[in-house]
Design a protein around this ligand. Sequence first.
Ligand SMILES: C[S@@+](CC[C@H](N)C(=O)[O-])C[C@H]1O[C@@H](n2cnc3c(N)ncnc32)[C@H](O)[C@@H]1O
Length: 325
Amino acid sequence: MTIHTTVLLKETIDALNLKEGMIVVDATLGGGGHSLEVLKKIGKTGKLIAFDRDIDAIDRFKDRISAKGGPAFGWKVGSAEVHDENIKLFHDNYSALKDRLTSIDIFSVDAILADLGISSDQLVDEKRGISFQGDSPLDMRMDMTKGMTAAEIVNTYDEQDLIRILKEFGDEQYAHSIVRNIVAQRSIKPFSNTIELVEVIERSVPGVYKRKKIHPATKTFQALRIEVNQELEALGSFLSQAVEILKKNGRLAIITFHSGEDALVKWTLRENARGCICPPEFPVCRCQQKPIVELITRKPIVPSENEVLSNPRARSAKLRVVERV
Ligand SMILES: C[S@@+](CC[C@H](N)C(=O)[O-])C[C@H]1O[C@@H](n2cnc3c(N)ncnc32)[C@H](O)[C@@H]1O
């Protein structure tokens, strides 16, 4: 069972221009909300290839689709009957996009979507420690089979690196004071649980910050999660592969949830949509660079007021779409 509410569902599916028989990648399966809609559109002659670095998301989706009648026997999604061979699930980082597709002899696709960040299922999962509410192991990994935990990072990174992470990935104005207290605290006892970090953050920020709408630990937790999961590195690598493997007129739709992520998507897509990159003083083009994509959304699509009211987690979502030329 998933508790995740899909964000910008109709907007994303409409933007992808899906048709029967298409090959589509969902780079971030999560609760499978977007994937199920994709399946309805591409029907039994289409193919959905979905990635998630969290094995629980993959397992949950398998349960979800088998509950609909068992993929081995064909099952109904809306008006479409879907079979096992219509779906390929990869427990992997979406930065392995091209390698994984090549492994199943797919070299280009009709549409790709990515709904970045974490799902509500992960947020409430106590073993992960992504949320600052409650008390959990300070882990934060989406793929719990590999990589450094948040505890290892706060216990071992040097002070300057921690400050940079809190500023760059969290936009945290009290980064210096939070990190100073983290470093002092870890020399007494290394961090192991979320509550220990929340306590340090709370005593590092002024009283007025504590009365704001967002919890004082929000930004530090977001920044650490991004560092733990190397989210921006994975995203940069995914974007360049995604535009490359799209077929002509194929669409890429990406939903972001915070400014660092959105800036990376915006600038990478713009770069790919720009032709010549010669300096303006060159009288004629020497780089011969041609646009790879066309921007379908110059400004991002954002959720309606109604969507935000019914799902507050949608409030910071931004959808950007490009089409391969
Ligand atoms: C916001 S949820 C997706 C929700 C989904 N669209 C739905 O409607 O249910 C994001 C999912 O992407 C996965 N994810 C995040 N970064 C990833 C990456 N680099 N590679 C693969 N999966 C990733 C997370 O584990 C999470 O399950």
